[in-house]
Design a protein around this ligand. Sequence first.
Ligand code: HEC
Ligand code: HEC
Length: 375
Amino acid sequence: MAEPAAPADATRPTVQVWDAGVRLGHWLLAAAVGVAALTGFVLGPRWLAWHLAAGVSVIVVVGWRAVWGVLGPTYARFAGFVFPPAAVLAHLRGRQHTRHVGHNPLGALMVLALLPVLTAIVLTGTLALGGMLKQGPLRAFLSYAAGRGWLGLHNTLAIALLVMIGAHLAGVAAESWRGRENLTRAMLTGSKPADPPFAAVRPAAARPALAAAVVLSAVAVGTGGVAALAALPGRGVPPAEPDPMVAEQCGACHLAFPSSLAPAATWSAILADLKHHFGADASLSPAQAAHIRDWLDANAAERWDTLPAHLLRQPAADGSRRITDTPGWRRRHRHIAASVFAGKDGIRRSDCAACHADAATGRFAPQRIALPAAQ
Ligand code: HEC
Ligand code: HEC
């Protein structure tokens, strides 16, 4: 049993339970999960950069906590988290006679469940990111379809996590009330009242230098590995540069739309009638038109595995050749206020680059979207 520390207030002596490593980890994790949930559930794809930063923070803190669970001081150690099922049940029924100043049997179970769930959420998020957006360490390996599947699991796990967090908060509230102690404050200050007496725990000495060395090496190896994998070419990602003739001829009046933004049938139809081209005359010599059609056909949406190529490959039902009339384009842009596109100062729907900084590459990464202020 630890020695009672200096009293927090004049009346109750206290004992130091949560060390700085546990407390810092706990609150950093709470903040990172909060940012991830807010950006993922509420704010949407334009906040992806924040979402990813939150995910990286989560996995670093989870890794830290796992190491501290082995090398930390007495109450940080996982060894003290394992209770016989009978103790968990007795605690649930409220027939608990021993006080646990560390985690009680249910709280311990929650910590042991949260760490793998958080890890699985970061992992499935990375799989979805690699498959769907061709970003991150797995961009070379996963198909769009596989990424979508992982995104489904990522979302399900994220909802399960919210439920677990709800249960955790309810548990903290219930225990604080039942034990007449403020557990939230204990996680801030680290100390708890020394009485009533609590079950003795075999003291363990922390090994902070070793723990820091383990975590820092893991971060260094992880960062290097992620950087090396992320440098591989993305699976099914078209070249960022178009054919020079396409760039010159089709970029004369507007953005040279990347070939992966429309199916081959749409490109053939556009190239077949350049004289009546969306109200303009874009006529080319037959040889030029044939060269451009062949290149666009060979690099059309069906041939690539990026999100825009999948989103936009289904043509408009009414036969329109516009990218902006496709069901995929309409669906993704339905939340944009009509006023953004209205009037003579409005942005043209076809002016992808007005809102997508990387439009010319065909990538349309969520991090590169900036919606100009409505006129
Ligand atoms: C003489 C100018 C001119 C040239 C050259 C030209 N275009 Fe266009 N293009 C237009 C105009 C004008 C529109 C209609 C823009 C709008 O309504 O926002 C348009 C629209 C489009 C659209 C539909 C955009 C949407 O709203 O979804 C596609 C696709 C397109 N052009 C492809 C091409 C291709 C491929 C070439 C090269 C063979 C080409 N354009 C060359 C003038 C041109
Ligand atoms: C007025 C600004 C604006 C214009 C113009 C615009 N977009 Fe977008 N686009 C957005 C916004 C905002 C989103 C994100 C919508 C959301 O929050 O789900 C988006 C989303 C997308 C996405 C999905 C990105 C993802 O990962 O979720 C694609 C693909 C896309 N746009 C393609 C296009 C193409 C192709 C054009 C041109 C033909 C275009 N956009 C023109 C604003 C614009």
